[in-house]
Design a protein around this ligand. Sequence first.
Ligand SMILES: Cc1cc2nc3c(=O)[nH]c(=O)nc-3n(C[C@H](O)[C@H](O)[C@H](O)COP(=O)(O)OP(=O)(O)OC[C@H]3O[C@@H](n4cnc5c(N)ncnc54)[C@H](O)[C@@H]3O)c2cc1C
Length: 816
Amino acid sequence: MAVSVVPTRAKIIIIGGGVGGTSVAYHLAELGEKDVILLDRNELTSGSTFHSAGLVGQLRADPTLTLMNMHSVDLYRKLQETDTPPSWRECGSIKLASTPERMQEIRRQIGWAKTFGLDLHEISPQEAQNLFPLIDLDGVVGACYMGSDGQVDPSQLAMALAAGAKRHGVQIFTHTRVLEIKTTNGRVSSVVTDKGEIECEIIVNCGGMYAPQIARMVNVRVPIVPMSHQYLITDNFMPADAPFLPSLRDPDNLIYFRQEVSGLLMGGYERNSKAWSADYNTIDNIPANFNNSLLAEDWDRFMDIAEASQKRVPKMSEVGIKSFINGPEGFTPDNEFCLGETSVGGFFVAAGFCAHGIAGAGGIGKVVAEWVVAGEPTMDLWHMDIKRFGSSYESPDFTLQRITENYEEYYDIHYPGEERKSARPKFMSPVYEWHKANGAVFGEKASWERVNFYGTNIGNDALRPKDWLGNHWSSAVQIEHKATREDAGLFDESSFAKARISGVRAAEFLNYVCANNVVKGVGKTAYTQALNSKAGIESDYTVTQTGNNEFLVVTGTAFAVHDFGWLEKMRREHAFDGVEITNITRELTCFGIMGPKARLILQSLTDADLSHTAFPFMNSREIEIAGIKVRATRLTYVGELGWELYSDVADGLALWTKLMEAGKEHGLKACGYRAIESLRLEKGYRAWAGEINSETNPFEAGLGFAVSLKKENFHGKAAAVAAQANLKRKLVSITFDDITCVPFGSEPIRIGEKIVGRIKSGGQGYTINKAIAYAYLPIECTEVGTKVDVEFFGTWHSGTICAEPLFDPSNDRIRA
Ligand SMILES: Cc1cc2nc3c(=O)[nH]c(=O)nc-3n(C[C@H](O)[C@H](O)[C@H](O)COP(=O)(O)OP(=O)(O)OC[C@H]3O[C@@H](n4cnc5c(N)ncnc54)[C@H](O)[C@@H]3O)c2cc1C
């Protein structure tokens, strides 16, 4: 066999020649990258790709993923016209609703498909049967059809992408195994293969289920587990001249079908899933020679799926089985891909495609190639960003529990406010037992148990939202909201991600990374965003100067890896040597005491002067409360007079108890995160990954006040100046008079007959007694008072664009 000679140097090395790697190669070549090589330890497509079922559906719950899948379809159509066609067949797809709830989901999806211009429409059960005559309609409530979905031959797709990449100069080396990855100063510097060492600047790990193995070479954890996934192919039984069938999904029965030659391919997501080569104690351990291989047939686990398929398509019990495939596929803990740059500079990952990698490959290749070239994502990819996974995912046990839960619920409807059930509790505040004893209902964020609300607070059930938002709703939230507005609320926010930034260049560093001036003197706090080079908001946090060369950065619970990772990247790429970034999340508790009586309560426990003149807004001091040392910072995320109190974890319970005791006579109530959400929506405070993200700039988001264009320089300044001068869209608040009629994301917005945008976030405002939503609209549509229509579950509801903020526009409360 000829031994290929690998080069000694390449700018970009892609590891893995499945659909992921070949698509990244194709798109890098399209972007003009000339010095790219792709390595595979075996043949192209010899991992998960060759045994894929090849269904391509576009509409997903996440708008970004939908856009990515739409790109896939455009690309596969285009490739079909080349001399290496991937057998793309635009056969359309049907989704059946076998329950009323599924029908609601379908109607909701049809709504948001309108915002993408997708051709998804509702069809009757009879129309579904006309398109797919083999189905029995028993239990079918309704259906939808999308004509532009299709199917593709996965191996041919990878080959077509590889051919396109090669045409533009990408070199592909098969039977070349990566054995080691070397780093220098926190960045990748070379790849050692069994054919020699190759220096490089960037590596893209497209290793599919093998990606964790590859990432371990640089001590990076990629939480992917190979899961067994099965389908069968029947004998040919349909007349050769019969019209080609659309793909068919019946998620309530956990099954999918597509036509294969003149038979059917049928698979599903069983409730008794099985990991392969990994268990609760060990990380994945895929044999070194596992390529072009399948797993043994596991009929026991497939029986329920097979029976369900026979009920929906009775012919399935008559026809013979040509082949049965049990193939492993890399799944992630939340069913979204793992994309992006890791904590090691230049080491990217694009893996964990959770059985929708063929549908996603085109879009994945595009966004990852753009990310590699630009050094930052070109659209909001937070849901797929490898940095969404916190330290808990270093545990094989935690990871597998989450992946198992996720796999088994693959086809389930997920309602707003639903919580994960597996691997809990993991991280707890020192007040956890107190919360539990006092009726707390917990939610989970980044492995932290957090109080959603206290079930003991019984409010007005007439406010329960109609439709899905009502499922996990509690009237307690309104009680806690009201207590905070009228007296005071105490919030346990210990899970906030916190970092200490120190060193003689700490101030210079933070003022470079942050758009606001965050160096205002010891004891001052600033609210800021960190921008990327296109002025998109990478992070949103508060910075407190705690010493001449020391700062405290506080951000959302889920953003520790992402936001502190961005700080580390900035330090590395802009040579701020000597600046130390220390994650101190688990060292400090944080309690927010908020409301008109917050000062009264707190003052009764301290000698420190808490008056407005002595302790103004956005100031921070070390004081003693009930004899306990705390850092008190006067700020608010709920629009009330208040302080965030940071103490040593060891003092947390004592501090909480003293505060509750002192607050008793003033109506202080322990409150949860759901109340925070309602309060902040009224006040118009933005949430990262809610209304703002790496794709939105501060000016369109209404955060221009937190950008200091007076500063000589900061990261993204040039783009921020341009963005301010060229505003094309703006975030607006929309209210609905019926507080029980609440949108919660992605619903289409119409003015007259024209779709002008989609909802970003929504909820209930108990003080203003309205439902609230936020959305970006073209600037010409943003006039206050404009009437808009928003479609929820197939019905249009009238709302009004309102002036912001909806509550306390003069800020009298927070500056009291
Ligand atoms: C049974 C089944 C049915 C499916 N059906 C569908 C479907 O209908 N629709 C859909 O969209 N998706 C489907 N999928 C998912 C889809 O097939 C995968 O998401 C996709 O093929 C994964 O591609 P990949 O490039 O990430 O990984 P892979 O194809 O596994 O490629 C990874 C490559 O990395 C190489 N590699 C690993 N380690 C090294 C090393 N050290 N050095 C060099 N190379 C290395 C491997 O040899 C391999 O070729 C299905 C999957 C399965 C298992």
